[in-house]
Design a protein around this ligand. Structure first.
Ligand SMILES: CC(C)(C)CCc1c(C(=O)O)[nH]c(=O)[nH]c1=O
Length: 311
C-alpha cells in the first residue's frame, strides 16, 4: 500500500510522527525516532535559552491517557539546530520538523529568527499554546495575540511554517480561528495540543497527581480523541486547501490513525501512547493502518482522506 503523504514540497514515506514534547528532548530520544518506522519527527518546543521546566512529578500516566505540566523543559534552540544540521547532512531526502515557542512575544520572534537564519531545510511548527502576556489566555485563545505573532512572523520568515493549536470547543471559535489562519501562507496547522488544565487525583493520598500548578495539567491520550477528531474535521472544513493538517490526539491504534485521516489529517502525531509504548509503536501503527485500509478497500491515503460520512 502507498502510505506517502505530502506537505508543500515535502513528501513523507508515511504519515506518522511523534508529538512535540514526546521522545524528542535530546539526541538519544531523537536518534530513537530516526531509527523508528515513523515517517518524520519533531523536536521538543525550543526556546531561545535552555529551560529546566517545572518541579517533578510533572507527568503522570492515567488509565485513559496522561496529564502533564512539564513547563517547557528543553535544551535551547542552539542544541536542536545543531542536531538537525547533523541529521540533514546524513538524511538529505527526509525532512523533519522543528518546534519553537516563546514565553514572550519577543522570544517567539527571536527563536523564529534563529531558524530563519539557519541552514534548517525542514518545516517549522510554532507552538501557540504558550501565554505571552501573564494573566492573559494562551496565545491561540487570544485572537489579537495570534494575529500579532503571525503578522510579525510572516514579515521575515520564508521557510515552511505551521502552527500548533490547542483544542477549540465552540463552533464560533472554529470560524474565528480559521478566518485568521486563512489570511496567512501557512504550510500546515497541527491540531491539537493537550486539553488544557485538567486535574487528576491519587486515590490513596487524595493528592493531585502532579506537582506544578496545584495539579493542573494538559490532558492527552484516549480522553483527547473525540476532541482531536472534531478539531481536525472542523478546520479541514474551514481552511484553504493549501493549508495542510497534522492531526494529534488520542492515537493508540491504526484505526485511530485512520479516523484522523478520515477527518482530513495529512500527517498524524502520537504523544501519550508513544510515551507509554516507545518508538516501536510506529511499526505497530503502520501494520494496523494498512490492515484497516485493506479492510476498507483503499490502497493510498488520498482515497479516504476527508471522506468522513455524516447521516
Ligand atoms: C504548556 C506550555 C508549557 C505553555 C507549552 C509547552 C507544552 C507542554 C509543557 O512543556 O508543559 N505540555 C503540553 O502538553 N503541551 C505544550 O504545548
Amino acid at each position: 500500500l502507498d502510505l506517502t503523504t505530502t506537505i508543500g514540497n515535502y513528501t513523507f514515506a508515511n504519515p506518522l510522527m511523534n508529538a512535540s514534547g514526546v521522545n524528542c528532548f535530546d539526541k538519544d530520544e531523537l536518534d530513537a525516532m530516526v531509527a523508528s518506522a515513523s515517517g518524520s519527527m519533531v523536536t521538543k518546543s525550543a526556546t531561545v535559552k535552555p529551560r529546566p521546566g517545572n518541579p517533578e512529578p510533572r507527568y503522570a500516566d492515567l488509565t485513559l491517557g496522561s496529564i502533564n505540566s512539564m513547563g517547557l523543559p528543553n535544551l535551547g534552540i542552539d542544541y536542536y539546530l545543531d542536531y538537525v544540521a547533523t541529521y540533514q547532512a546524513a538524511h538529505p531526502a527526509d525532512a523533519i520538523f522543528m518546534s519553537i515557542v516563546g514565553t514572550t512575544f519577543d522570544d517567539n520572534i527571536a527563536v523564529a529568527h534563529r531558524i530563519q537564519d539557519s541552514d534548517f531545510a525542514g518545516l517549522t511548527e510554532i507552538n501557540l499554546s504558550c501565554p505571552n502576556v501573564p494573566g492573559e489566555p494562551q496565545t491561540a485563545y487570544d485572537p489579537a495575540q495570534t494575529v500579532k505573532i503571525l503578522d510579525a512572523l510572516f514579515s521575515f520568515f520564508t521557510k515552511p511554517l505551521g502552527v500548533k493549536l490547542p483544542p477549540f470547543f465552540d463552533l464560533a471559535q472554529f470560524d474565528q480561528m480559521a478566518a485568521i489562519l486563512n489570511r496567512y501562507p501557512l504550510a500546515f496547522i497541527n491540531t491539537m495540543n493537550s486539553i488544557g488544565n485538567g486535574l487528576m487525583i491519587d486515590a490513596e493520598t487524595d493528592t493531585a497527581l502532579i506537582k506544578p500548578k496545584g495539579g493542573f495539567g494538559g490532558i492527552g491520550g484516549a480522553y483527547a480523541k473525540p476532541i482531536a477528531l472534531a478539531n481536525v474535521r472542523a478546520f479541514r472544513q474551514r481552511l484553504n486547501s493549501n493549508i495542510r493538517i497534522i492531526g494529534t490526539g488520542g492515537v493508540h491504534t491504526g484505526r485511530d490513525v485512520y479516523e484522523l485521516i478520515l477527518c482530513g489529517a495529512d500527517m498524524v502525531q502520537v504523544g501519550t501512547a508513544l510515551h507509554q509504548e516507545g518508538p516501536q509503536i510506529f511499526a505497530r501503527l503502520l501494520t494496523e493502518l494498512q490492515a484497516e485500509m485493506t479492510r476498507k478497500g483503499y490502497t493510498n491515503l488520498p482515497e479516504f482522506r476527508g471522506a468522513l460520512k455524516t447521516l
